[in-house]
Write a protein that binds this ligand. Structure first.
Ligand code: AMP
Ligand code: GLY
Length: 424
């Protein structure tokens, strides 16, 4: 069968890589893909991004199944377009994707359905927003309502920063329409984890847990990024906490959407903050898999992903039991010079070793020009190492990272530090 993966990041490379391991797959098209998907004989890049044009392509090529990676096409309604034409696609409808595409939608949804999250209010009026900040004090968190490619959240540690963030969004319109409304919410302290499940409209299938590293620099310093590394499993999510998150957050979300008349299908990603008493709250929802969380998660998945996806689009996820590699997988992101503000493009990448039993390198911002691999985006590669212990997984990842070269490469040296510091 033929499969279409929509997107061009490390997440899509990892999804396509995993789907390609299925014996039933003839070709996997990646739209538009990257230098890594271009170099893999089992994958084929296609330069189409418009959802309607992708549906034309899926029809012409008799694509059996389409999997969507990023939020932008989901929020634009790619799932609605494919379904209206009878094409099988895994992802949320445009309506369901509002859980990610509007912070205000997500917050009022959580409040209505008693899903634990930070206290908040939404503003479009500048003066009212400033007054609320003064009343609440710092630290406080300012979030653009709409999709802002990771630039829409300011965790303000003092009042000056909080007021500046509101001005940036509501008065200077730096984020355009996405920042025309802001959610201002209570600062939550604790440790974050990524909790991702697959939903077929009715049944919920949790994937392995993971933890991202949002800050650019070691010891969680520097600016927020799309994610500088992730590992799976996340030991902070104990079996007890897992059950609680399912009971208090995931199940009420899927059921609450249905009660509100919106059937949720697709990946549902709850970004959690877990306080020092072990209580989870929802920081945000994403309606897709995480990047870079997908890379270590796919590296650990043993079950045939094509089969899982078929059950997902047919509403039979209750018959699937996922099998995971028991090892830890650790993904280290190598980013371009200047990332996240102004990533430089066009650096020559060399030294990527072939995949082994304990390491694989997924591409993100790369392109293949003749035979030369060039950087073409902020996050360039995600190197995944696997090992029986967190330490060994880390070693296997960094052994590969050190072999790879491009000018100005930035990467954290401490991915996995929370798991390593944990006392079991
Ligand atoms: P979001 O896109 O909403 O997940 O926010 C991006 C990042 O900002 C999160 O991963 C957290 O690190 C941080 N963040 C978001 N909301 C809060 C909050 N209420 N308290 C503390 N940190 C937050
Ligand atoms: N790694 C965080 C995200 O995908 O949103």
């Amino acid at each position: 069968m033929k499969i279409l993966v929509v997107g061009s990041g490390g997440r899509e490379h990892a999804l396509a890589w995993k789907l390609a391991q299925s014996e039933r797959v003839q070709t996997i098209f990646v739209a538009p893909g990257n230098g890594g998907t271009a170099s893999d004989a089992r994958l084929k890049n296609i330069a189409i991004s418009d959802p309607a044009a992708l549906a034309d392509f899926a029809e012409q090529e008799h694509i059996a199944l389409t999997v969507v990676g990023p939020e932008v096409p989901l929020a634009a309604g790619i799932v609605n377009i494919f379904r209206a034409r009878g094409l099988k696609i895994f992802g949320p409808s445009k309506e369901a994707a509002q859980l990610e595409s509007s912070k205000d939608f997500a917050k009022s949804f959580m409040q209505r359905h008693h899903i634990p999250t930070a206290e908040y209010q939404t503003f479009s009026d500048l003066q009212a927003a400033h007054a609320y900040i003064d009343a609440k004090g710092a630290p406080i968190v300012i979030k653009a309502d709409g999709l802002a490619a990771g630039k829409g959240v300011v965790v303000a540690m003092d009042l000056h920063e909080a007021h500046a963030a509101v001005d940036m969004m509501l008065s200077d319109n730096k984020l355009g329409d996405a920042g025309a409304r802001v959610v201002i919410e209570e600062f939550l302290a604790g440790e974050e984890a990524s909790f991702i499940v697959m939903v077929d409209g009715k049944n919920i299938l949790p994937l392995a847990t993971s933890q991202d590293h949002k800050r650019l620099l070691d010891q969680d310093a520097g600016p927020n990024t799309g994610g500088m590394g992730a590992y799976s499993p996340a030991p902070i999510v104990t079996p007890q906490l897992h059950a609680r998150v399912m009971r208090e957050i995931i199940v009420p979300t899927v059921q609450g959407m249905a009660k509100d008349g919106i059937i949720f299908t697709g990946f549902l990603y709850a970004g959690l903050m877990i306080d020092d008493q072990g209580n989870p709250k929802t920081l945000e929802f994403n309606c897709r898999m995480g990047d870079p969380e997908t890379q270590p998660i796919m590296a650990r998945l043993k079950t045939d992903l094509v089969q899982v996806m078929e059950h997902a689009v047919n509403g039979t996820l209750d018959s699937v039991e996922l099998e995971w590699d028991r090892r830890t997988a650790m993904g280290v992101v190598m980013a371009a010079a200047g990332y996240p503000d102004a990533p430089r493009k066009g650096d020559v990448i060399s030294g990527i070793p072939p995949e082994t039993a304990d390491s694989v390198t997924f591409h993100a911002g790369t392109s293949l020009n003749d035979k030369t691999l060039l950087s073409s985006g902020g996050r360039v590669l995600c190197v995944v190492g696997l090992g029986d212990t967190v330490k060994l997984a880390q070693k296997h990842a960094y052994d590969v990272v050190e072999k790879i070269h491009f000018d100005g490469a930035q990467y954290r040296r401490d991915i996995g530090w929370r798991a390593l510091n944990r006392k079991h």
